[in-house]
Design a protein around this ligand. Structure first.
Ligand SMILES: CC(C)(COP(=O)(O)OP(=O)(O)OC[C@H]1O[C@@H](n2cnc3c(N)ncnc32)[C@H](O)[C@@H]1OP(=O)(O)O)[C@@H](O)C(=O)NCCC(=O)NCCS
Length: 407
């Protein structure tokens, strides 16, 4: 196995073949992959003279409270049918992350096919994302007060610009390459958008959706992008305007609201529409994972009201999948953390301090605010004396992290 940078001229055909094998594209959709790769870094694993694994990493930002950290977003990990379970996927992802970390990425993120695989590379599970299917006729918002504009797949540049300026919050991400937005817009054949502009003609808020059945739905809203609450409600009014025809809409819950607040008698309708293609339901799943790549930068972004010092013994499993010449080897080590108005970390665990032993994935979950320390101590690789766990619980009280950008 030979791990190297992806070479578009040489490897594009192989890359398309693998993507087709895993079902991410069909014949005739090569433009999607070209656009997807544009602006991202890709790594290839050669196996018997062909590229059999491809890992793509997009540069971006993740907001931690009010600071933006440099994000390496792993947007794709694929292995061809002839090379599964040979360690290609794991090793190539480890290499891609090490290169990103060596080039200044401070935090890594990805969405998972299942829990467990990326834990081996030091990732920890993020917060729950809620999704709702509802009948637009049940929305309690008013009808729209003005018509939207139509958005098509040709509008990818203004759509990308609007996504970049969308509402941010703790854990929210921006992925820089516009090609990713274009690729996502090309993916769904019947996708369409509706939105609103300001006086300068700039797209301020919009939705991007696609129907399973054009006449009656269900419709999936892939993106709901807005800068403020009034714009969010205006987009819900738009969804309501479909209700004479469309019976079901599926949406990811916007982090600032509880969808139930916008629905008339949500339990009654759920009881009467439990089955069939127009069934109504809500689901929760934590399908993003995160890991700290640059410990000093991530600790520096914290703000803690009651000062706290402790030793951190961190285990990072990524090292076992990295080649010997990797430019970065993970974060295994002993550190001293001083948390307060300013937060710092120094190499070496000072003696006499209480000790937190954690995997980098579990520590990332605490740092990001996914779960308090005392909960992680029950279910993850996170151990400390009870007094330190209580102090860690009190030290951090963060909003739930939501990426708001699908990848
Ligand atoms: C997922 C995928 C990338 C794995 O590639 P791979 O090269 O076969 O994986 P590796 O050989 O590096 O690692 C496989 C190991 O991970 C383990 N593993 C897989 N899923 C796991 C899980 N959920 N929890 C723990 N371990 C897991 C396997 O058991 C295997 O270990 P073993 O060799 O001891 O049996 C490949 O199956 C694929 O391309 N799938 C389709 C596309 C896809 O879903 N990509 C992921 C997008 S997030």
């Amino acid at each position: 196995m030979f791990l190297r940078p992806y070479d578009p001229a040489r490897d594009f055909e192989d890359a398309c073949r693998i993507w087709k094998e895993v079902g991410w594209m069909e014949d005739g959709q090569e433009e999607i992959e070209k656009s997807f790769l544009d602006g991202s870094t890709a790594w290839a694993a050669e196996w018997n003279g062909h590229v059999e694994s491809l890992v793509t990493v997009a540069p971006g930002e993740m907001r931690y409270l009010d600071a933006d950290l440099r994000l390496a977003a792993v947007t794709g990990v694929v292995v061809g049918r002839v090379a599964r379970k040979q360690g290609l996927g794991m090793r190539l992802t480890a290499k891609a992350l090490a290169e990103a970390a060596a080039n200044g990425a401070q935090v890594g993120g990805l969405s998972i096919f299942d829990q467990g695989f990326y834990d081996k590379l030091g990732f920890g599970t993020g917060g729950y994302e809620h999704s709702f299917t509802f009948d637009p006729a049940d929305l309690t918002v008013p009808n729209p007060s003005r018509p939207p504009i139509r958005l098509t797949k040709d509008d990818w540049e203004r759509v990308h610009a609007a996504r970049r300026k969308g509402r941010r919050g703790h854990g929210s991400c921006i992925l820089h390459p516009a090609g990713l937005t274009r690729a996502d817009m090309l993916w769904e054949k019947k996708a369409f958008g509706l939105g609103y502009t300001n006086e300068d003609g700039e797209l301020t808020h919009f939705l991007w959706a696609s129907p399973k059945n054009v006449a009656h739905g269900p419709y999936t809203v892939w993106w709901l992008v807005y800068r403020n609450g009034a714009q969010l409600l205006e987009l819900f009014s738009l969804l309501k305007s479909w209700s004479d025809q469309v019976h079901t809409v599926e949406i990811g819950e916007p982090p600032e609201i509880q969808m139930q607040d916008l629905l008339r008698q949500p339990f009654r309708t759920r009881r009467t529409r439990r089955e069939g293609k127009h069934r109504l339901e809500s689901r929760a799943a934590a399908y993003y994972q995160w890991r700290i790549l640059d410990l000093p930068a991530c600790i520096a972004s914290m703000r803690v009201s009651a000062p706290l010092r402790f030793a951190l013994h961190l285990h990072d499993p990524i090292g076992r999948y990295l080649p010997e010449n990797a430019p970065w080897r993970g974060l295994t080590g002993e550190y001293t953390l001083s948390l307060g108005e300013t937060c710092t970390v120094h190499p070496g665990g000072e003696t006499g301090l209480p000790v937190l032993e954690a995997s980098v994935g579990a520590f990332t979950r605490w740092w990001l605010g996914v779960l308090p320390a005392s909960s992680l101590a029950l279910t993850d690789d996170f151990q400390a004396p009870p007094a330190l766990l209580s102090a860690l619980d009190e030290a951090l009280c963060l909003p739930q992290p939501h990426p708001r950008w699908e990848f």
